[in-house]
Design a binder for this molecule. Structure first.
Ligand SMILES: [Zn+2]
Length: 349
């Protein structure tokens, strides 16, 4: 009575991306440590060879593994109910709700609830409430009425905060991303580079994925409804620029990107693009630069959720104390990228 198990390669792709949408669909058993995790676990990724996927927690336990104390893989269903209940409460509320009040509803402590909520939505409950206000303001703007009226109707204290919260976003329209790339054509290719086989994929707006040791299957997982076309004349010109940028790192800002994340993820990605080649930042510095100094772990997750390696230079983030930290495509590629850029590297990791 085993549940239908999804493809191990798809599982591993989800784990590397810390893709929350896979939580509850399988668990990741780490044979070397004897624990099992939800796919989105924020802990450092194990080596692929130490990993075995299980359709359910029960099967992982039957194999002698224990649940991870960090991501609490057995709590997925309970967490989802709690987050959905909190979102409903936030939406229904006239006034911003205190975290403690939201937590009480769920039976979690405020700190734990904040962590669960942030893991699910990418935003703290307070930031989620602000994003909701921004969305309502945008909706009001498309209707009749004056701009300032719309702003006050949405609960903002004044126009400047509205414009601040609605700073330019990057790339593909949110609906196209939410629909797995429906209506979008993605050109792609795998090319050999000094860092190994590199996958580059782009929409008409810009590069939507850059990764290593991946192929068409990874794109099908991420953009199941997009039309995937290998190669193409216009794409070839873009591909040439991307390869040149990867081989001789420098200013990548002329290369268009098409990425979409939560407001906080996009803030983190923008800050990553501001780190000059040859320099590094810690996860704590990144969180602070993105405006949330205490969201160090969320900044790390946003870093890991980056779809466009190198061009959004998540490899320029290292651990406090100088260790290299993790990298979705392996530390060797991270080290090579940093060396190419002339960064001063720690001796070991
Ligand atoms: Zn875990």
């Amino acid at each position: 009575m085993t549940d239908a198990m999804i493809d191990p390669d798809e599982c591993w792709t989800a784990v590397l991306a810390r893709d929350r949408s896979y939580d509850g669909r399988f668990v990741t058993g780490v044979l070397s440590t004897g624990i099992y995790c939800r796919p989105s676990c924020a802990a450092r990724h194990p080596a692929r060879g130490n990993v075995r996927f299980f359709a359910t927690s029960a099967e992982a336990r039957a194999a002698g593994l224990r649940p991870c104390k960090r991501c609490l893989p057995d709590d997925v269903a309970r967490d989802e109910r709690a987050v959905l209940a909190a979102i409903a409460a936030i939406k229904a509320a006239e006034q911003p709700l205190a975290l403690a009040a939201l937590a009480v509803e769920t039976g979690y402590s405020p700190t734990h609830f904040q962590r669960v909520f942030t893991r699910h939505t990418g935003l703290s409950p307070a930031a989620y409430a602000r994003a909701l206000m921004a969305e309502r303001a945008r909706e009001a703007l498309t209707g009749e009425g004056q701009v300032t009226e719309a702003i006050y109707a949405a609960g903002y204290s004044g126009p400047s905060r509205f414009y601040d919260a609605n700073r330019e976003r990057l790339g593909m329209t949110p609906s196209a991303w939410a629909n797995g790339g429906r209506g979008v054509t993605i050109h792609w290719a795998v090319v050999e580079t000094s860092l190994g086989a590199m996958l580059v994929a782009a929409t008409a707006k810009g590069v939507c994925r850059l990764s290593f040791d991946e192929g068409r299957a990874a794109l099908e997982t991420r953009f199941p409804n997009a039309e995937l076309v290998e190669g193409g004349a216009d794409f070839a010109a873009l591909l040439e620029q991307v390869v040149a940028a990867v081989e001789a790192p420098g200013d990548f800002s002329h290369i268009p990107l098409d990425v979409k994340g939560t407001a906080f993820q996009e803030a983190v990605w923008r800050e990553l693009q501001r780190i000059p080649p040859g320099e590094t930042r810690t996860y704590a510095e990144l969180a602070a630069a993105a405006g949330k100094p205490r969201a160090v772990r969320a900044a790390g997750s946003a870093n890991g959720a980056n779809n466009v390696a190198v061009l959004i230079p998540c490899h320029r983030v290292i651990r406090t104390g100088g260790a290299l930290g993790g990298y979705a495509y392996g530390l060797e590629i991270k080290r090579k990228l940093l060396e190419k850029e002339g960064a001063v590297l720690p001796l070991g990791d």
